[in-house]
Design a protein around this ligand. Structure first.
Ligand code: 5GP
Length: 113
């Protein structure tokens, strides 16, 4: 069970600019945006990182990808967007509650560096 600041955003103990919520997930704007639109989409279930997801999370992970698409549409990212999951220390993960970064609003170079 991870208890991170994202858990506190889910419970509203920490404020966030929430753009989408349903029974399974929450999306809010990143506090340090790396693009004009930078939203974090998190499951309400506190999975620390993708590599700790299990077969029990099959439907939840599918739900998150489809909601990433829906949130991108909602925010007008009709020219394209990027979805990123940082996993573990070498992956650059700093908050150990699984999250999808949804980035857009400008051209995003690849590789990101
Ligand atoms: P990671 O590096 O773990 O993939 O991404 C964590 C993200 O959480 C970072 O982009 C960081 O800016 C964002 N973040 C950290 N603390 C807060 C916070 O208190 N509120 C919001 N909205 N985003 C945060």
């Amino acid at each position: 069970m991870s208890d991170t600041l994202f858990s506190k955003i889910i419970t509203r103990e920490i404020p966030a600019d929430i753009v989408y919520e349903d029974d399974l997930c929450l999306a809010f704007r990143d506090i340090n945006p790396q693009a004009p639109i930078h939203v974090l989409l998190i499951p309400k279930k506190p999975i620390p990182k993708l590599s700790e997801a299990t077969a029990d999370d099959h439907a939840l992970l599918g739900h998150l990808l489809l909601k990433a698409k829906a949130v991108a549409e909602q925010l007008g990212l009709d020219q394209g967007f990027r979805v990123v999951i940082n996993n573990g220390d070498d992956g650059g993960q700093t908050v150990f509650h699984l999250h999808l970064h949804i980035l857009g609003g400008r051209f995003l170079a690849w590789p990101p560096g």
